[in-house]
Every structure is written in structure tokens, then in C-alpha cells.
Design a protein around this ligand. Structure first.
Ligand SMILES: *[C@@H]1O[C@H](CO)[C@@H](O)[C@H](O)[C@H]1NC(C)=O
Ligand SMILES: *[C@@H]1O[C@H](CO)[C@@H](O)[C@H](O)[C@H]1NC(C)=O
Ligand SMILES: *[C@@H]1O[C@H](CO)[C@@H](O)[C@H](O)[C@H]1NC(C)=O
Ligand SMILES: *[C@@H]1O[C@H](CO)[C@@H](O)[C@H](O)[C@H]1NC(C)=O
Ligand SMILES: *[C@@H]1O[C@H](CO)[C@@H](O)[C@H](O)[C@H]1NC(C)=O
Ligand SMILES: *[C@@H]1O[C@H](CO)[C@@H](O)[C@H](O)[C@H]1NC(C)=O
Length: 494
């Protein structure tokens, strides 16, 4: 046997066992810094991103009050909670109910020192969100309606990810609507998807400000300006980053969009927004604020979901929509409803129900009873990325594994996949750990042989700086192709 061949392998193993020893020794440092500020991706290989830390909260939450004060109180309680101490600096309640001014006593129950109440002299509807945000002292604003609760973990994840563009959280049915109400044309540079803000959105303060300027510049009417939400994502002219989430409904009646009349009003304003965008796009020389007209984006479509119990996000390139969604035959924003009709026609009942009931978010909701189920069979090149927002060393994690609860078909796909990790999403290190699966048998549950627990230890050099974890399906020739079925997946410290 040639010992020289064994040499490097041997020292590599030795290195790994050193890191295993370290697992046990680094557990005692405490760390209050909960995530690393995301830096722009390095433009050249070998350029290490600088690490800076967020120490002061820099998000203003904006809530509108109209007729559901009890809901507003409940939401303030979450936004002011300890879990968001490092994130939210101020909670602005904009009271649109001018006949009933609000005082701090009315909201005392939520006991929130970050609260600021603004009694509006008139009902400005949704425009008020953008006025309050433009006036904020922070670079970011968190926006939501008064009929949903968004978990603090989701807000923290939004903050950990935001950089140069807004992020919108939507339930699966609204994500599908957003894809239906989109235009992506390379010949006209018109590229947008419609998205609501009310299910939870983190936006840039500067966007709120330039958006209000734009509405004034294009001569939007008073009614159009009040319905600002219908215009916000369309007039940006870039495909929004959308996360499939699970906002929890709060009941209480008094919803703004009710029945046919409300739906018709929304569509009228979406059509008006599209018409403005076509006019804007045909006049580049005007130097419009807010709108991005420069170039058509050709980023691959990705589905994203925030983890529900942890601060992390999962991203997937697994095909989620029929091929027709990726074609760009429609060029003008004004064709939005024709495109929606064309796409709706090919959506089968089975597809839609799978999309709504088994979304990607169910793979990271900390509930092993719900699962993500892909519409198509696992395919070569399918990719999943988990971003845990922090380098392992900063969390004092030395040894980690990627754990999964899956069906047997997906276990087969996991074995046929390559695993890697990265500190910057740019340079990836292949992990050498092997997949091992066993029947999932939790103590408090009847074990089911249909559910497998698979673990992949992450191993390799410079693991301590890892933040992103990636799976890529390598082989297309699986014995029995089947869709992805994932009950739960996470990165866990050993
Ligand atoms: C304004 O607030 C009062 C008191 O909470 C409430 O009774 C009323 O319904 C609100 N106004 C509107 C238009 O909803
Ligand atoms: C804008 O911010 C200032 C300072 O925080 C505050 O006094 C004022 O009421 C705000 N105006 C609006 C319209 O929110
Ligand atoms: C483009 O916009 C500018 C500034 O608003 C205006 O002066 C000009 O007439 C517009 N051109 C066309 C072709 O509409
Ligand atoms: C689209 O954007 C590109 C890059 O900015 C530009 O060169 C091109 O003229 C634009 N096309 C149209 C139709 O505006
Ligand atoms: C837009 O179209 C381009 C190709 O023309 C494609 O690469 C891209 O993924 C599309 N974007 C979206 C969000 O559909
Ligand atoms: C998925 O694979 C199965 C075989 O396991 C095959 O019967 C089925 O047609 C495939 N489905 C799709 C959508 O390709």
C-alpha cells in the first residue's frame, strides 16, 4: 500500500477529529449579537466581506388604526415584545379614525415604551403607511395590516436579509396571485409582480419617500394616492422578493376589502397602476423617482420561506409553477389581466390545491405533521439553500448537521445530492459528510415507517465561517422518481 496516497486523507481526518474535540470546549462564551449584518456580495473572488454588527434597532413598525382597536393592541404587544428588542426602534400607530382620537391610555394595555401615536386629521387610508414610513428615523419600516399577527422570528429574519430591496411576506394563495399578476418582458424592460404589503413587509424608508414623490409626479388622483398599496409593487418595476409565510389571522370584522365591490376596486387600481407604469416606461428621459427602469432582471425564480421558530430562511429552485409562467409574451403592464387569464386557464385543481396546502414554508415551520410537497418529481439540479444569518463561530457552533424528516422517495434524493456550505454565498465548500437515514420514531408519537429521519454531518475546512447551506440534486436517474416531500429540515448544532 502506498502511504503517500493515504497521507493527505489521514491528516484531513485528523483535522476533523480536532474540530470534534472543539465541539465540546467552545460552549461557554456568551453572545448577545443575534445576527451578522448582510454585506453586499463580494465582486471578485477572494474578497472577504467585512463583518459588521447591528447593535441598535433600526426598524420602525407602522400600523394603521381604523375600526379594530383590539387587534391593534394585540399586534403592538408582539411588536413591542422582547424578541424584537434588537430590531424595532419605534412603533407608530397612525390613527385614521379622526372622529375618535387615540391617547396613550387607550393603548396602555400593551405597555409599550416604543409606541408613538399619530392622530390623523383625516382618513388617508393606505397612503398613511408611506407618509409615516417616509417620516421615520430608521432606514427600514415594517408594515402590516391590523388583521394578522406576524411572528417575531419572521420579522427578525426579514431584518437579517434586507439590503437594497423590499421583502414581502404572503400566504401561499397570495403568492400564486402575485405570479399570476406579473409581467416579465425583456423587450420592454417591464418587470414586476403585484404584491400586497398587509401580510407583513419590510421596506426601505427611502422607497416610501421616493414612491410618494412618484405618485405626485405622475399626477395620481387623491383616491389613487389613498389606495397606495395597489400601486407600490407595480410602480417599482422589479420583481419583488416574496416569502411564502403563514401570517396568523386575527378576527374582528371591519375588513376593508369585502365582497365583489372590494375586489372590483382593487382590480381597478391595479389596472390604473399598470397604465401609469406603461407611460413611465415609455419616457426614460424623465428621471422618475422610485421606479427601476435600467435593466431587465434575469435572476432565476426562487421560492423562499422564513422559518417559523428560528431565525432563518429556506430558498428553493425546485420547479413550483408550470413552464408557461416563465414565458415573456406579454410586453406591456396593461396586459396584466390578459396574462392572468391565460395562466389561470392552465392551473388544474390538483396543482392549485397542492400549492396552497403543501407550501415550502411547511418544511421549516417546526411542525413535523405538516409537509412541503413539490408539484413535480425531483429533478437534476434542484437546489435548496438554508441561510441561518450567522456564521457558526459567532453562535459558538462548531459541529453541525443538516437534519431532515422526509418520505422514502426524498431520502433517495437526499442520497443522490451534493452538500456544500458558504460564508458569503459566493464561494462554496463541498461537505464530505455522508447521508444516514433511519425510521423516525419520536417518543410521543406512534412511529411511522413512512417517515425517515436523515442526517448529513457538515464537514470540511473553514466550517466555522459557514452561514449558507446548500443541497443540489446531482443525479436525474433516480430509481423511482418522486416529488420532494419534506416534513421538516434544519441546521442543528451537535
Ligand atoms: C372609530 O372608533 C370608534 C371607537 O373605537 C368606533 O366605534 C368607530 O367604529 C370607529 N370609526 C369607524 C369609521 O370605524
Ligand atoms: C414626523 O416625525 C416627527 C418627529 O418624530 C413627529 O413629531 C411628527 O408627528 C411626524 N409626522 C407625521 C406626519 O408622522
Ligand atoms: C417625458 O417626461 C418629461 C418630464 O416629465 C416631459 O417633459 C416630456 O414631455 C416627456 N416626454 C414624452 C415623450 O412624453
Ligand atoms: C432596457 O434596458 C437596457 C439596459 O439598461 C437598455 O439598454 C434598453 O434600451 C432598455 N430597453 C427599453 C425598451 O427600454
Ligand atoms: C424573467 O424572464 C427571464 C428570461 O426571459 C428569466 O430568466 C427570469 O427567471 C424571469 N423572472 C421571473 C421572476 O419570472
Ligand atoms: C414522477 O415519477 C413517476 C414514477 O415514479 C411517474 O409515474 C410520474 O409520471 C412522474 N411525474 C411527473 C410529473 O413527471
Amino acid at each position: 500500500m502506498n502511504l503517500k496516497q493515504l497521507g493527505p486523507l489521514f491528516s484531513f481526518r485528523a483535522l476533523l477529529s480536532v474540530s470534534v474535540v472543539l465541539c465540546a470546549t467552545l460552549l461557554f462564551r456568551t453572545n448577545h449579537l443575534w445576527f451578522e449584518e448582510q454585506q453586499p456580495e463580494p465582486s471578485a473572488p477572494g474578497l472577504r466581506p467585512k463583518t459588521t454588527l447591528t447593535l441598535a434597532p433600526d426598524v420602525t413598525a407602522v400600523l394603521l388604526n381604523w375600526a379594530r382597536l383590539a387587534n391593534v393592541v394585540q399586534i403592538i404587544t408582539v411588536l413591542c415584545g422582547e424578541a424584537l428588542d434588537g430590531v424595532i426602534k419605534e412603533v407608530v400607530v397612525w390613527n385614521n379614525n379622526y372622529s375618535q382620537p387615540l391617547g396613550y391610555d387607550d393603548l396602555a394595555i400593551s405597555n409599550c415604551p416604543k409606541l408613538r401615536i399619530y392622530n390623523s386629521p383625516e382618513n388617508l387610508y393606505f397612503q398613511a403607511r408611506f407618509i409615516a414610513c417616509a417620516n421615520a428615523s430608521t432606514p427600514y419600516c415594517f408594515i402590516q395590516d391590523d388583521d394578522y399577527l406576524v411572528k417575531p422570528e419572521v420579522i427578525r429574519s426579514l431584518r437579517a436579509r434586507i439590503r437594497t430591496h423590499d421583502i414581502f411576506v404572503l400566504p401561499p394563495d397570495e403568492v400564486l396571485s402575485s405570479h399570476l399578476l406579473s409581467i416579465n418582458s425583456s423587450s420592454t424592460n417591464i418587470t414586476f409582480g403585484f404584491s400586497w404589503l398587509g401580510y407583513g413587509a419590510l421596506i426601505l424608508r427611502s422607497h416610501a419617500e421616493s414612491f410618494l414623490l412618484l405618485l405626485a409626479r405622475i399626477g395620481a388622483s387623491e383616491e389613487e394616492t389613498k389606495m397606495a398599496d395597489n400601486y407600490y409593487s407595480i410602480l417599482k418595476n422589479s420583481f419583488p422578493e416574496i416569502w411564502t409565510g403563514a401570517p396568523m389571522p386575527l378576527f374582528g370584522g371591519g375588513a376593508f376589502t369585502v365582497g365583489e365591490e372590494g375586489v372590483a376596486r382593487n382590480r381597478r387600481h391595479i389596472a390604473a397602476a399598470a397604465k401609469y407604469l406603461d407611460a413611465i416606461a415609455s419616457n426614460h428621459s424623465a428621471g422618475w423617482p422610485y421606479v427601476s427602469l435600467a435593466s431587465f432582471q434575469s435572476e432565476p425564480r426562487m421560492e423562499r420561506s422564513p422559518c417559523l421558530e428560528k431565525t432563518c430562511v429556506i430558498e428553493s429552485t425546485i420547479q413550483s409553477l408550470p413552464d408557461l409562467f416563465a414565458t415573456d409574451t406579454y410586453r406591456a403592464a396593461g396586459e396584466i389581466f390578459s396574462r392572468e387569464e391565460q395562466l389561470s386557464m392552465i392551473l388544474t385543481e390538483q396543482f392549485t390545491s397542492n400549492y396552497m396546502n403543501f407550501p415550502l414554508s411547511f418544511a421549516v415551520d417546526a411542525n413535523p405533521d405538516s409537509f412541503f410537497h413539490s408539484a413535480w418529481n425531483a429533478t437534476e439540479g434542484d437546489m435548496l439553500v438554508l441561510d441561518i444569518f450567522n456564521h457558526l463561530q459567532r453562535m459558538d457552533w462548531t459541529c453541525v448537521e443538516w437534519s431532515w424528516l422526509v418520505d422514502s422517495g426524498t431520502a433517495q434524493a437526499l442520497r443522490a445530492s451534493a452538500y456544500s456550505y458558504s460564508s458569503d454565498r459566493y464561494r462554496w465548500v463541498e461537505s464530505s459528510g455522508a447521508v444516514s437515514c433511519s425510521t423516525y420514531s419520536p417518543k410521543d408519537r406512534v412511529s411511522s415507517s413512512a417517515v425517515l429521519e436523515c442526517r448529513i454531518p457538515m464537514e470540511g475546512l473553514s466550517l466555522d465561517s459557514a452561514r449558507y447551506f446548500r443541497l443540489q440534486l446531482r443525479e436525474a436517474n433516480l430509481m423511482l422518481p418522486s416529488p420532494w416531500l419534506v416534513y421538516e429540515t434544519s441546521i442543528t448544532a451537535l
